[in-house]
Design a protein. Structure first.
Length: 75
């Protein structure tokens, strides 16, 4: 299996002080789910995941089986 080339995840210099205890939070920027930067990062992560999953030989067979299990009459 080839190595996965993960998209870079930038960090920021964010440190919070909680009652005298300094806590680094370098990925704080990812908490803004609607920011263009976060959306681009998520899109890149999803593209990597989709590319990897497309190589799984049993994926189509699993999709068919799950579809058959979930395809039932509902009231």
């Amino acid at each position: 299996m080839p190595a996965l080339n993960y998209p870079p995840t930038p960090t920021v210099d964010q440190v919070d002080d909680y009652h005298g205890t300094r806590v680094a939070d370098p990925y704080r920027w990812l908490e803004d789910a609607d920011s263009p930067e976060t959306l681009a990062w998520v899109q890149a992560q999803n593209a990597l995941t989709a590319a990897y999953l497309s190589t799984v030989p049993a994926r189509e067979r699993l999709r068919q089986r799950l579809t058959a299990l979930w395809d039932y009459a509902r009231a």
